[in-house]
Design a protein around this ligand. Structure first.
Ligand SMILES: [Fe+2]
Length: 294
């Protein structure tokens, strides 16, 4: 059976048929998925009842996993429920119990409900993220995606010129501060030191430009903080207007893959007393968006 892709949203997002993510991928299948990602930026694979090893193996067919011992993990290795190579985006602690609403790991996860691009706070931000739904709550918990190519294309001419050369500073400190979570340790503050990212980036395969925004962006180089924050807020509102947004309503065993270079996403509310067990593998990016000033 060969791969086919059906578009789910007027602007982007495809649903893939004809693939079993538990099986090794051939070269043609990898090429078809990558071409689909270049076109749709988000791909939905239904009915993929995979375990962690299978998810990691599927991801590795598409490239290198993002490094694990890099800033961004607030949970110590010994407190993690899952093994290496896969990140736990559930609301469960290492014993499989629902986290306390005062658990600081939970506070960090709440920040994912702000629009963001995964790992934009890393010097080399992520390429693809793959999220697998294992257990879902009975209400809510959609993931929304915004097409940042479409957002860039819809800027007026003056704003297009204005953003072209701008460099932003991204850090987990900014996105957590935005929800009032400022209780970071000195080690975390050091690990979350802001990194610089271009505000406009070009996709390496398609050449299409996109806005590289995230709630992790908290400053623009050379701008005052209030001017920068207001401009970033305006751009985010522009980029997430409804016509550029797809809301994914999860079914068990959905696997959704997105390109962090050309989309933003956010998690939506659910009843925190119900289990949401979703697990993410992440493909490393290969270049920094700007030369870093160390
Ligand atoms: Fe995310």
């Amino acid at each position: 059976m060969s791969i086919s892709i059906r578009q789910l949203h007027p602007v982007f997002v495809g649903e893939v048929a004809g693939i079993d993510c538990r099986e090794p991928l051939g070269r043609e299948e990898v090429a078809a998925i990558e071409a689909g990602m270049d076109r749709y930026a988000v791909l939905v694979f239904r009915d993929q009842n995979i375990n962690d090893e299978q998810q990691i193996a599927f991801t590795r067919h598409l490239g290198e996993l993002e490094g694990y011992n890099t800033p961004g993990h607030v949970r110590r290795r010994e407190d993690q429920r899952l093994g290496p190579g896969i990140a736990d985006f559930s609301n469960l602690d290492k014993h499989g119990n629902i986290m306390s609403d005062e658990d600081r790991v939970w506070f960090f996860k709440l920040g994912d409900r702000l629009w963001h691009s995964d790992s934009s706070f890393r010097r080399i931000p992520a390429k693809y993220s793959l999220l697998s739904a294992r257990v879902l709550p009975s209400w809510g918990a959609n993931t929304e995606f915004a097409d940042m190519r479409a957002a860039y294309g819809a800027l007026d001419a003056r704003t297009t010129d204005e953003v072209e050369e701008l460099i932003c500073e991204h850090s987990l400190i900014y996105s957590r501060e935005a929800i009032g979570f400022t209780d970071l340790t000195p080690e975390e503050i050091a690990a979350f030191r802001p990194v610089r990212q271009r505000l406009v980036r070009s996709h390496p395969m398609t050449g299409r430009k996109s806005l590289f925004l995230a709630s992790h962006a908290g400053a623009i180089v050379g701008w005052t903080l209030p001017e920068a924050r207001m401009f970033l807020r305006d751009l985010t509102e522009h980029a997430t207007q409804r016509e550029f947004v797809y809301s994914h309503s999860w079914r068990p065993y959905d696997l959704v893959m997105w390109d962090n270079r050309s989309t933003m996403h956010r998690a939506r509310r659910f009843d925190r007393n119900e289990v949401r067990d979703v697990r993410r593998t992440t493909l490393a990016g290969d270049v920094a968006t700007v030369e870093q000033v160390e």
